[in-house]
Design a protein around this ligand. Structure first.
Ligand SMILES: Nc1ncnc2c1ncn2[C@@H]1O[C@H](COP(=O)(O)OP(=O)(O)OP(=O)(O)O)[C@@H](O)[C@H]1O
Length: 214
């Protein structure tokens, strides 16, 4: 479980992001809903150990992640959390397969080409495995981001605005893929978005004030 308590982050004197309480358990799907600028990316960075909050605690699987040293926290994240970032970033000088090998080695895993091929196949981009990221379409890059997020069999898959630039049909497709893949990994899926279309597919909702809607 990821448990957040009394989180606050102050960027400047008059800009503080707050999130009172949240619990995200394995095998469940969650939405973090908030308008643009309400602090979704800030919260995701905090809950994945990328940004130390100015106040509050983040526990992941009973570990107080900001109690860890930075290198330990990076390893912890790589092993347990798959992140689909708002803007996908891959190393452009490495092929699709080489980028995914890097994801395995950052988590101290042995390089497993069979697993890489398996996730690429699941996301229908196996034919792109020797290509460079710049030659992939936006939709293919997004599927590659999902492939990378699930590669290390994480406990939590966290996606930041995965559907904001998509039409209704592709919104459904990407969400279904994320839900399917997190079920296959028995992971918890956490999607941060302002996109109310996503509400029909995921029932546990946190607004940025930290209230759970029925
Ligand atoms: N590094 C930073 N330094 C100062 N202010 C920041 C920083 N990052 C974010 N902010 C501010 O914090 C607020 C929340 O930003 P954040 O990116 O978390 O929102 P968001 O809900 O993810 O927005 P969007 O949906 O538009 O991506 C914004 O007012 C933003 O300008």
């Amino acid at each position: 479980m990821i448990a957040l308590k009394n989180i606050s982050h102050t960027y400047s004197e008059n800009l503080t992001i707050g999130f009172k309480e949240g619990e995200f358990t394995r095998n469940h799907n969650y939405l973090i809903l908030g308008e643009s600028g309400s602090g979704k990316s800030t919260l995701i960075n905090i809950m994945t150990g990328l940004l130390r909050p100015t106040g509050g605690t983040v526990w992941i699987d009973d570990v107080d992640i900001y109690g860890l040293k930075e290198a330990q926290r990076d390893k912890f994240r790589a092993e347990r959390i798959g992140i689909v970032f708002q803007r996908p970033h891959f190393l452009t000088s490495l092929t699709v397969t080489e980028n995914l090998k890097l994801t395995q080695s950052l988590a101290n895993q042995t390089i497993d080409k069979i697993r890489i091929n398996e996730v690429l196949n699941r996301l229908a981009i196996l034919d792109k495995k020797d290509e460079y990221p710049n030659s992939l379409s936006v939709g293919q890059l997004q599927r590659l981001s999902i492939a990378r997020a699930i590669l290390n069999k994480p406990n939590y898959i966290i996606a930041d605005e995965p559907t904001s630039s998509l039409d209704d049909k592709n919104t459904d497709k990407v969400l279904s893929l994320l839900i399917e893949q997190s079920e296959a990994e028995q992971a918890s899926l956490i999607v941060a978005t302002h996109d109310k279309r996503v509400k029909d597919l995921i029932s546990n909702i946190y607004s940025l004030e930290g209230e759970v809607a029925p």
